[in-house]
Design a protein around this ligand. Structure first.
Ligand SMILES: N=c1c2ncn([C@@H]3O[C@H](COP(=O)(O)OP(=O)(O)OP(=O)(O)O)[C@@H](O)[C@H]3O)c2ncn1[C@@H]1O[C@H](COP(=O)(O)O)[C@@H](O)[C@H]1O
Length: 109
């Protein structure tokens, strides 16, 4: 997924927060509050895990798209968007997970 589609989705999701739940799936989730959004996010997470266990490539892509999409709705609920997450990934880029964990452990001493 290019970040162009993420940016376009961010804009649509922000606009849908105030839309009519009758005509917008996203507005319907927001109307149910954070608990409804998180329940759906949890379901999509589980479905992604099951798809990965089953190993069907098309299902893995489809369920992961659902998971990313519902993660964006959760971020939108908090007034955040994909840009914040992409910036965090950018910040981490090139920093080994092993080195990062070692630095954290050293700070904790
Ligand atoms: N990318 C998506 C997208 N991906 C998944 N979904 C919906 O997410 C839901 C996923 O739930 P499930 O797989 O569990 O299927 P389900 O059984 O239909 O779900 P529920 O009845 O349990 O809610 C489905 O209803 C999908 O249609 C999406 N709905 C919308 N978008 C994008 O969001 C935009 C705004 O959508 P609206 O808010 O509906 O206008 C759209 O133009 C699209 O770009």
């Amino acid at each position: 997924m290019s970040d162009e589609i993420l940016r376009r989705l961010d804009a649509v999701l922000a606009a849908r927060r105030e839309a009519d739940p009758e005509s917008s799936y996203v507005a319907g989730l927001h109307a149910g509050g954070i608990d409804r959004i998180l329940r759906k996010l949890g379901e999509e997470c589980t479905e992604t895990v099951v798809a990965s266990k089953n190993g069907e490539r098309d299902d893995i892509v489809y369920e992961t798209a659902d998971l990313w999409f519902h993660s964006l709705i959760m971020l939108s609920h908090h007034g955040l968007d994909s840009g914040s997450v992409l910036a965090e990934l950018e910040r981490r880029f090139g920093l080994s997970g092993v080195a990062e964990k070692a630095a954290r452990n050293k700070q904790g001493q």
